[in-house]
Ligand binder design. Sequence first.
Ligand code: FAD
Ligand code: NAI
Length: 477
Amino acid sequence: MSQQFDVVVIGGGPGGYVAAIRAAQLGFSTACVDAFVGKRGKPALGGTCLNVGCIPSKALLQSSENFHAAQHDFARHGITVEGVKIDVPAMIERKDGIVDKLTGGIGFLLKKNKVASLHGVASLKSRENERWVVEVAVDGKVVDTVHATHVILATGSRPRPLPGVAVDNVTVLDNEGALNLTAVPARLGVIGAGVIGLEMGSVWKRLGAEVTILEAMPTFLAAADQQIAKEALRTFTRDQGLDIQLGVKIGEIKNLGDKVTVAYELNGEQKLAEFDKLIVSIGRVPNTDGLGAGNVGLQVDERGFVVVDEHCHTNLPNMWAIGDVVRGPMLAHKASEEGVAVAERIAGQKPHVDFGAIPWVIYTSPEIAWVGKTEEQLKAEGIEYKKGTSGFAANGRALGLDHAQGTVKLLACAKTDRVLGVHMIGPMVSELVTEGVLALEFKAASEDLARIVHAHPSLSEVVHEAALAADKRALHG
Ligand code: FAD
Ligand code: NAI
């Protein structure tokens, strides 16, 4: 079938489906082509994020936190529970139910906005009469040919493979396998102490696995503010029992079916570890294979990312790219904001995505979140700054929640008082970080945050105190 559209979006993840909805809202006839096949063997919209990323991982994090709390925390509240057990298949089924609900919801949203939803693998074929020609194939057979004035590439990313080890999602797992284990492994190995390694390692640790995380870098969470990273490392290792080894050089990995061995070097010593399951989470690579970049002369860099300018425009006319397939952090909210901005730019508007104010969250317990510059970055850039820190230990709401652990650190320009970075570890800081995002976006001073009335008792009072502390007038510190 041959179809004509103003805009065709390739990829139905948080970048692609959001771009398609916004384009349709702006009056363009729009199609969204997505190839993802979900766990139930059917097309499933929402990309990595909804199917095998953000959403299912957070569902399992919550289940594992509940299990842990029932075993270790309820007694402090005077609640006695006996015989607490974990039914892993039931936990996975709940997670799958959330995924089904949300992926189905995207189909509904596309329909509501009159976006044509096409299933299949899209590839760029040619340019005819100033319009792009895109073929859509299922099982290698072309089922649709789409002609469009604009193409938005939102093909996302996939796990970066570790040379010499094949992921079978039975013994050696990527994110998909890590989210679908049917029982708690006694010994779980993780390669890479990044976001996935920490989140998935925490889930299975709380459910009872012995977890060892092997990280190549000598520095823990190098992208985070190092004061917060150090506190996190202490909490995860000393309090929670995660075995995190830094500065490791991975050697031979042998998948023996029912177990896996990992040879590695640590501080010049050769070691051999044996695990029942191994998660490989060493970053992700962009999906540009098979996209037909060569057919149309699309510029792709040596790592496979589509090359774009600050407006997500590629080297080709009316061809755009967003999300994980282009430079910048691989985050769902970054992908969505780029999608909105591209649709609006196609409509002649002048949108702007502020890359300096994109929040990061790591959903461990306690959570880690930040926005803006770290103290290390400010030092390296020679920017004079002042800082204020405050802890959750004496916060009434955190104590009530039984999560009175963590710190908020606020960094502001020494001369202008403008907020430059906000860094946190603590309960629900995924929500609190938005106050920092607002401060950065509105170019607020730390004094502005210090003078805003924060509800009492609330976790946000710790942000307030950190802002007061930046001016050396903390009330409770
Ligand atoms: P994707 O979500 O990867 O979507 C791309 C879609 O395009 C896929 O459906 C793919 O099948 C399809 N596609 C690819 N090639 C073609 C083609 N040729 N034709 C048709 N379709 C194609 N980010 C956060 O912000 N918060 C989190 O908590 C978070 N948790 C995560 C947890 C895990 C375990 C993982 C793996 C990732 C997590 N991320 C998180 C990252 C987040 O999932 C990605 O940044 C986000 O999904 C990127 O969106 P995207 O639209 O660019 O690509
Ligand atoms: P990551 O980039 O966060 O971490 C990968 C880690 O593996 C790094 O610390 C790196 O030094 C290490 N590593 C690389 N090669 C190695 C090797 N050979 N041996 C040992 N360690 C090695 O990547 P991850 O965890 O795979 O996640 C991919 C991306 O998905 C993240 O960068 C993030 O963008 C996104 N994500 C976001 C989440 C969130 O926002 N909460 C949750 C999960 C993923």
